[in-house]
Design a protein around this ligand. Structure first.
Ligand code: IMP
Ligand code: MG
Length: 238
């Protein structure tokens, strides 16, 4: 039997879903009572309908990418709040410093786009791409760095990642950037998995710490699918 995992972040979502079901079922019961001359017979209670609706919507809720199912995990609102927090901190820390915001493609495109809308100080934008060889399991071995151009000497560089897992990808990029004599080097990420991130370098701006579970959406992919999703989903238990 497939199990649906509950997480703190999802509590509000499931509460809202439950309340919606109760309201819908109450309306349905009223409607049945009004329209039926024999309302006392075989009319299911509002509670029973609510429970059935709740289970129905819950089981319909997962999305499928390739052969895997994913359940809603971080809502658009939560993502927006996390990005606002990062943007406020960057606006404060880099006032008058004209930082170079450096997004790491592909995963960071949505995060960087939404973050930039909240940056109110002067800044520049650039993107790099880290190509890595992956087998069936991610090795984290980076094979090539594409798109690093322009003089970064004495510039304040803020590397922006969608997610930091082991941190190996980022370590490779930071090692390259360290040879450029930048004025400062900072890292911002929408998501961080602290249980697996064992690297020595600091991550100054973190949108949200998450457990070591695979997530998709909002730029993040599962074998190239799911990047276009507006919220973040988590791999459902089999
Ligand atoms: P690293 O282990 O920190 O080097 O992560 C390497 C890359 O794997 C990240 O930049 C992401 O593109 C990808 N990645 C890591 N964790 C996830 C995940 O949970 N979902 C989707 N992509 C991930
Ligand atoms: Mg990435």
């Amino acid at each position: 039997m497939r199990q649906i995992e509950f997480h703190n972040q999802n509590t509000w979502f499931y509460l809202k879903l439950w309340l919606t079901c109760i309201m819908a079922s109450a309306n349905l019961t009223d409607f049945k009572n009004d329209s039926s001359h024999n309302s006392s017979t075989n009319t299911p209670s509002a509670g029973k309908i609510a429970l059935e609706l709740f289970i129905l919507i819950l089981t319909m809720n997962p999305i499928q990418l390739h052969s895997k199912k994913f359940i809603p995990y971080i809502s658009e609102k939560e993502i927006d709040e996390a990005i606002t927090t990062i943007a406020n901190a960057i606006n404060q820390d880099f006032e008058g410093k004209r930082p170079v915001m450096m997004g790491v493609l592909n995963g960071s495109f949505m995060f960087v786009s939404d973050l930039m809308k909240k940056i109110t100080i002067d800044c520049e934008l650039s993107f790099v791409k880290l190509a890595s060889y992956h087998g069936t399991e991610s090795t984290g071995v980076v094979s090539e760095l594409i798109g690093l151009n322009g003089d970064l000497t004495d510039r304040h560089v803020i590397v922006l990642e969608d997610i930091i897992d082991t941190g190996k990808t980022l370590e490779y990029l930071l090692d390259v950037l360290k040879t450029h004599e930048t004025a400062s080097l900072s890292v911002g990420t929408l998501l961080l998995k602290p249980e697996v991130f064992k690297k020595k370098y600091p991550v100054q701006y973190v949108g949200k710490n998450i457990p070591n579970k695979f997530v998709v959406g909002y730029g993040l992919d599962y074998n190239e699918l799911g990047r276009n999703l507006r919220e973040i989903y988590q791999l459902a238990a089999e």
